[in-house]
Write a protein that binds this ligand. Structure first.
Ligand code: DAH
Length: 344
């Protein structure tokens, strides 16, 4: 028994002399530990062998086996601790990141110029108290024409070359249809902006079969053309430059009376006359007017109590003027070389 204890102690001394008791991984270390301290390990076998030791020798042997066990436990505990520390620092080293390395380049898109103009307009008019209403693109003849004082077969229909789906349904040719939908749902005071896509059978450098409009409608007691002019002045200054002026010219729309065409002083030449404004110093940007009595009546609003103004503008047109774009098709081709210029 004594020799056995002695030889195991020697083994343990030899193991203790080696780095990590000679184990390379925690698995190996565990197996080694079990070889001595496991249920069927060498030291446990000694404990079991105590039965065969004589009564006189037993206390001494018991003490020696106990010391041996303590020695083994101490050795393996110490190795386990060191191994854990080592594994942790290896993990940290392998997961280290070099913060000075250049970042991977992520290509980002840009907001489309028509969306930029739409957002800017909404910002400007929301600041003046306008809500936003979006009507349907597939519209009934009633909302697109009849309720706007354009009866069937009226020559004013020729102003807009409309895509009809059936006799009753069409692709809306103007966001003015939203005016009727708003006035049917809400009674004055009304102050809404209605942006959206509109469709007309028309296509060249300044016309596209699908384009965007922004409609505005104000209905309340005592609204006049002056209110329209004041509000458009504010829009012109905010959208273009603080020097931009507006000019109203008499025009005709069935849903307004009087009707006007609104020009802005050319911001490229400051109104002196240049290539962009074709030498006139003015650029036409929108249609507007005082809401026709008939339109208010069609929506159940008493025209003797309430008056209003409305306006409608093409967003592509505003974008073309603002950013100096010469051909409307650039806005629909989605060529990244073009779109990239609107980044940031
Ligand atoms: N809807 C007209 C068009 O598309 C633009 C317009 C003119 C809208 C006068 C209005 C308005 O609200 O009052 O040509």
């Amino acid at each position: 028994m004594k020799e056995q204890i002695e030889s195991i102690r020697k083994e343990l001394d030899e193991l203790a002399a080696k780095d990590m008791a000679g184990a390379a991984t925690s698995r190996e270390l565990y197996e080694l530990k079990m070889e001595y301290l496991g249920k069927t390990g060498k030291i446990s076998a000694l404990s079991k062998g105590m039965r065969d030791v004589s009564a006189e020798e037993r206390p001494e042997m018991g003490k020696l086996v106990g010391q041996l066990r303590a020695r083994a436990e101490e050795l393996f505990d110490a190795c386990e601790k060191t191994l854990k520390k080592r594994e942790l620092s290896q993990k940290i080293a392998s997961e280290k990141i070099d913060v000075t390395m250049p970042a991977r380049f992520a290509e980002t898109g840009s907001v489309h110029p028509v969306s930029l103009v739409k957002q800017e307009l909404i910002d400007i008019f929301a600041g003046m108290g306008f809500d936003v209403f979006e009507g349907p693109e597939i519209e009934r003849d009633y909302y697109n024409f009849q309720a706007l004082n354009i009866p069937a077969d009226h020559p004013a229909r020729d102003m807009q070359d409309t895509f009809f789906i059936t006799g009753e349904y069409l692709l809306r040719s103007q966001t003015s249809s939203g005016q009727i939908r708003v006035m049917e749902q809400k009674k004055p005071p009304i102050k809404v902006l209605s942006p959206g896509r509109v469709y007309r059978s028309d296509s060249d450098a300044t016309h596209s079969p699908m384009f965007h409009q922004m409609e505005g409608l104000v209905v309340d007691k005592g609204i006049t053309l002056n209110d329209l002019k004041g509000m458009l002045d504010e829009f012109a200054r905010r959208m273009f430059t603080s020097e931009t002026k507006t000019r109203l010219r008499p025009s005709y729309f069935p849903f307004t009376e009087p009707s006007v065409e609104v020009d802005l002083s050319c911001s490229a030449c400051g109104g002196k006359g240049c290539r962009i404004c074709k030498g006139t110093g003015w650029i036409e940007v929108l249609g507007a007017g005082v809401v026709n009595r008939r339109v208010l009546e069609n929506c159940g609003i008493d025209p003797d109590e309430y008056t209003g103004f409305a306006f409608g503008m093409g967003l592509e047109r505003i974008a073309m003027i603002k950013y100096g774009i010469g051909d409307i098709r650039l806005l629909f081709e989605n060529d990244v070389r073009f779109l990239k210029q609107f980044k940031g």
